[in-house]
Design a protein. Structure first.
Length: 355
């Protein structure tokens, strides 16, 4: 079962969510297991559920397959940082499990995904119980000094964790694209030599119990060579599905409306969230980057709408009509604002929003 689970989250994890790719892989992999006579199979779906191989985790202690959905998910906070909102409960459970287990074993991790998919928030939450050092714009000498203060150096030039720390030390880079070039070279040196050179004696210091963790946008990968990325274990973050997006936006709007007693019981969040996601998906499908270079629609577009709503003072919006007008204005700015005023595209998007 462990081998099967690993195959799903190595070969299968490279497939994007949606487009039927994971459904096809599920059928292929289940058939392959049967053809090869493997007895440790995945559970079969019940009723109307899809029951993809991606939906299961093998629990080593219980020696059985369990659904990711049965694992405890974090309750969304009452107030949400807008940089963290696009993290669905189902995907965050899987990602947290993966990142925690990888970093606990001192494996270098790279969280990859489209813009505005809460990559940094996912990584930070997964490492919150670990000993973590932030080193995005840090020079190598400063990293060595900081690590030296956390780890112990033995007589045989080996740096390892002190007994009081029971987990590896994680060096976290908020964004690999923004990391200092010498910091990237330092990571390559550590990866190739399992340590780094002492700046004073020029002796190679073997370093144990340390890993690097970073985030990078999908397009940002293009600026790195294979050698830069070698040694990182990729963990992919995908844009949530439509129903997940509606629920995430609804909770975000609810947390904003909760600051105003006059709006708390208006129940505006759900219809506004559904309208926003419907607009996003339809406009994204109609105007593609191939038609217009400005038509690069990502979750950052939705985030811009919510940012505008959040910037308004709730107690000045006493009526539901005020909130709807504010919402429409922010949608026009985020969507129609991409096009030239009075152009055909601008008029279509503007009319679509009003409709």
């Amino acid at each position: 079962p462990i081998i099967l689970f690993s195959c799903v989250w190595s070969f299968g994890a490279a497939l994007a969510v949606g487009h039927g790719l994971r459904v096809a892989f599920n059928q292929f992999f289940r058939n392959l297991i049967i053809d090869k006579g493997v007895t440790a199979r995945f559970p079969m779906p019940m009723g109307d559920e899809l029951g993809l191989v991606f939906d299961y985790l093998y629990d080593v202690e219980q020696r059985m397959w369990v659904r990711w959905s049965v694992l405890p998910a974090e309750k969304p906070p009452d107030t949400i940082d807008l940089t963290e909102i696009f993290m669905s409960a189902s995907s965050s459970v899987r990602l947290h499990w993966m990142l925690t287990h990888l970093t606990d074993k001192a494996i270098n991790v790279l969280v990859v995904g489209p813009p505005a998919t809460a990559k940094q928030s996912i990584l930070s939450r997964s490492l919150r119980h670990s000993t973590t050092i932030h080193c995005s714009n840090t020079m190598p000498h400063d990293i060595e000094t900081t690590v030296g203060a956390k780890l112990q150096k033995s007589r045989d030039n080996v740096i390892r964790l002190p007994d009081k720390l029971n987990k590896p030390l994680t060096m976290m880079l908020e964004s690999l694209e923004l990391a200092h070039p010498t910091c990237l070279e330092f990571i390559r040196q550590f990866r190739d030599n399992k340590g780094w050179y002492d700046p004073y004696s020029n002796e190679l210091l073997a370093v144990h119990d340390i890993a690097f963790a970073a985030t990078v946008d999908s397009q940002g990968l293009l600026q790195f060579s294979d050698r830069d990325l070698q040694g990182f274990h990729f963990v992919s973050v995908y844009e949530p599905q439509a129903d997940e997006l509606v629920e995430i936006v609804r909770h975000t709007l609810d947390s904003w409306a909760a600051k105003n007693d006059s709006l708390r019981n208006k129940d505006l969040a759900k219809p506004l969230a559904a309208a926003l996601i419907d607009m996003y998906l339809q406009i994204k499908e109609r105007y593609t980057p191939e038609m217009n270079g400005k038509c690069i629609w990502t979750l950052a577009t939705i985030q811009a709408v919510l940012q505008g709503v959040y910037s308004a003072t709730p107690h000045l919006l006493a009526h539901a009509e005020d909130v709807i007008r504010l919402f429409i204005n922010e949608c026009r700015f985020a969507f129609a604002g991409r096009f030239e005023p009075r152009s055909g595209e601008y008029r279509w998007v503007d009319d679509f929003i009003w409709d």
